[in-house]
Every structure is written in C-alpha cells, then in structure tokens.
Write a protein that binds this ligand. Structure first.
Ligand code: URA
Length: 208
C-alpha cells in the first residue's frame, strides 16, 4: 500500500478534535496546521543527508545537513493553503509552488486555472498538500503537472484519505507515497469522505 497512516497519538488526537461537528473555524485552522506539521515530520523522515565540515565553537566539526536543493511545498488551492504554515514551520526555507484546479464540466476532469511552480523541479522533493484525498482527481492532475515539469520525487500529505483516492493515485503514480492521519471508509454520492471532516476548505476559511 502506498499510504502511510501516521498513528502517532498526537496525530490521532488532533484528528479526533477536527472531526467534532461543532469545531470552530479558528480551532479547525489551528488543528489543520498542527496536523500538517506532524505529518510533514513523517513525510520528511527519509530526506537525504550529506556530511559537511563547519567551524564550530571549538574548531572544525563534521555535521549532517540536508542534501540537494530546497524542497518545494505544493498546496492545492484552496484548502491546501490551510496546511502550508504547518509544513513551513518545519522547513522554513522550502520554496512554494501553487496549483489551482477546477472541474471541466464537459470532461469532468480537473483542469488547471492557476499554476506557478518554482524552478529546478528535477532536483527537488515536492510535498503536495491537500487536506482531503477524495476521488484523487486533483492529486493525480497535480502529480501529472509536476512530472511534466521534470519533478522526480513527489510525496502527498493529506489529513484524511478515501480508499477511492488512494487507489487512483496508486494506479496512476505508484511511485508517490501518501501520508495521512486516517484512511477513512468511502466516498458518499456527493463525493464527501465518510466519516471524513465535511468540507475542509469551508471549515478552514469559514465559508460554510
Ligand atoms: N473535499 C472535502 O473538503 N471534503 C471531503 O470529504 C471531500 C473532498
């Protein structure tokens, strides 16, 4: 399975608070950031290190630093923005690439209405962030776009995933690992994850 469900007690506790029906906008937003931070910690666990020699307080010392270009965080508009600050808390020097997708009502496929990628994607790890992996259509479209730009190392961080979305990402991009706080039961007829969180974008932005 290419999904890692992060079972850490703090992750599960925060997810439980997010699922409460009467959670306020403020609390939902804060918990989303906190959860994103913890999930990003797991997703960056295997970043490559290289040995460097620096001048320390008592002379030369060998240290381990992250190898290669700064990673890029890729929020999918709009709800992905809610996770951005949490991830940046961990990797403040990350570069940000942004993707906005809308459904084409004829083809029913997600199509980009906005994209702004950082340079040298072939040399960076991309961490796509979107709170809900539902059908997987937006995630697959975003991975397609990143790969077309030469990106070779991609991970997806979501708060809640549906099996349908995981299956689609797995089929189209088996090299992309998904990190989630939960793999939920299924999608309902309206495309909401059950039990899920409701509309994460509305809850983050207070537009419900
Ligand atoms: N997007 C959401 O915000 N919630 C879902 O349950 C599915 C997609």
């Amino acid at each position: 399975m290419q999904i890692t469900v992060v079972e850490h007690p703090l992750v599960q506790h925060k997810l439980a608070l997010l699922r409460e029906e009467d959670v306020s906008t403020n609390k939902f937003r804060l918990l989303t950031e906190e959860l994103a931070r913890l999930l990003a910690y797991e997703a960056t666990r295997d970043l490559k290190l290289e040995t460097k020699t620096i001048q320390g307080w008592c002379g030369a010392v060998e240290v381990q630093k992250i190898k290669g270009k700064k990673l890029t965080v890729v929020p999918i508009l709009r709800a992905g923005l809610g996770m951005l600050n949490g991830v940046l808390d961990l990797v403040p020097s990350a570069k940000i690439s942004v993707v906005g997708l809308a459904r084409n009502e004829e083809t029913l496929q997600p199509e980009p209405y906005f994209e702004k990628f950082v340079g040298k994607l072939d040399d960076r790890l991309a961490l796509i962030i979107d709170p809900m992996l539902a059908t997987g259509g937006s995630m697959v479209a975003t991975i397609d776009m990143l790969k077309r730009k030469g990106c070779q190392q991609i991970k997806a961080i979501v708060m809640v995933a549906a099996p349908e979305g995981v299956k689609l990402v797995n089929e189209r991009h088996p090299d992309v690992q998904i990190y989630a706080a939960s793999l939920d039961s299924h999608l309902n007829e309206q495309g909401y994850i059950i039990p899920g969180l409701g509309d994460a974008g509305d809850k983050i932005f207070g537009t419900k």
